[in-house]
Design a protein around this ligand. Structure first.
Ligand code: UT7
Length: 330
């Protein structure tokens, strides 16, 4: 059974509108100095023109297909990682397939908050192991702005909207792209209440006429999330390296979840990987949740930060809690 797969193409897409730190100074009691020193974020793209999860997934997917030299018709499976789909039913994946002009494929959403991309990647690997002819589209997108309370300064400054997508097939000699050497994902529901979006779920339903409550939006204990994120991301990255007999010196590029520059730097330090090998783009996108890692990977490749021959270590952490890492050889 062929269990190895390769990223044949990748793409990303963000909404046109940008909210800068100066914009937030006019919206809540905050300032550019606080935001930059605590998070590293300077601006984020936000779907102010009504762009939806499926719109951004479509943009990223078309770019990924083009890079892969494939048409949508060639896809066999469509997976979307998101916590903010256009609707509860139909799924974002069903809507994306339709937008791409295809039907008859398995199309499904994966919900793992900011770790969604690596969860979906692991799912795609399993599908390719089962069906070696599979050509799987994985799109990861969040319109976090649809679930952010823009009066809550503790959360609203952190997030942005975006999408990243990859097209995967079984590996074969002569193919170029990113060989997915391994993925390691995990979760712990015991600490799930530290980062939630509960309102509207069956545990906290809304009745017709109810006013939206705070639980409709992202609520979190920032300090606790911060500590868990640093610990979980560093240890899962270490575990994956050890599993493959690799050390930090084998890693050419580290791309951690783009939540906060201090978290990214702390993970780099714990892994003892020099800053020069760590890719960040959170300064201009903020935390884009499920899109964060594929958006960063796609940009890192497009900008030449990731070069042919490089070993890339991805790390992620999100609500659930969920976390994970992946090794991709370009
Ligand atoms: O994908 C995972 C999603 N979540 C995360 O990654 C978030 C992880 N956590 C963090 O990134 C950080 O905890 C934050 C950036 C959210 C906060 O940074 P912090 O250094 O942990 O600050 P804090 O929460 O301890 O707050 C310090 C102070 C507080 O004031 P007092 O209580 O000390 O008077 C806050 O009220 O900063 C205040 N504060 C702000 N001040 C200006 C909180 N938000 C703001 C703000 N502007 N936007």
């Amino acid at each position: 059974m062929n269990t190895s797969c390769i990223i044949r193409g990748m793409g990303h897409c963000v909404p046109d509108s940008v909210l800068t730190n100066a914009d937030f100074e006019r919206m809540v009691e905050t300032n550019d100095e606080w935001i930059v020193s605590r998070t590293g974020i300077r601006e984020r793209h936000v779907a102010l023109n009504g762009e939806t999860c499926v719109d951004l997934c479509h943009g990223a997917s078309v770019a990924a297909l083009e890079k892969a030299g494939m048409t949508a018709e060639e896809l066999t499976h469509v997976i979307v990682a998101t916590f903010s789909p256009d609707a509860v039913i139909p799924s974002a994946a069903c809507m994306l397939s339709h937008r791409l002009g295809i039907s008859g494929r398995m199309s499904m959403d994966v919900s793992a908050a900011c770790s969604g991309f690596l969860y979906a990647l692991e799912t795609a690997r399993a599908l390719i192991a089962l069906h070696p002819q599979a050509r799987v589209l994985v799109a990861a997108c969040d319109i976090v702005s649809s679930r952010v309370d823009y009066t809550d300064r503790g959360t609203c400054i952190l997030f942005g909207d975006g999408a990243g997508a990859v097209v995967l097939t079984a590996d074969a000699p002569g193919l170029s792209g990113g060989r997915v050497l391994d993925v390691l994902v995990a979760s712990d529901g015991a600490v799930g209440d530290l980062l939630t979006v509960k309102g509207g779920g069956s545990g906290t339903p809304y009745k017709l006429g109810d006013t939206i409550r705070r639980d409709f939006f992202v609520e979190m204990n920032g300090r606790e999330v911060y500590k868990h994120a640093v610990r979980a991301m560093s240890s899962v990255c270490e575990e994956l390296l050890t599993r493959h007999g690799l050390t930090k010196d084998d890693v050419d590029v580290l791309i951690p979840h783009q939540a906060n520059l201090r978290i990214v730097e702390a993970v780099g330090k714990r892994l003892d990987i020099p800053e020069s090998k760590v890719f960040t783009n959170l300064q201009k996108y903020g935390n884009t949740s499920a899109a964060s890692v594929p958006l960063a990977l796609s940009e890192a490749v497009a900008e030449g930060f990731v070069k042919p021959g490089h070993l890339v270590l991805l790390g992620t952490f999100g609500g659930g809690f969920t976390w994970g890492s992946a090794l991709v050889k370009f």
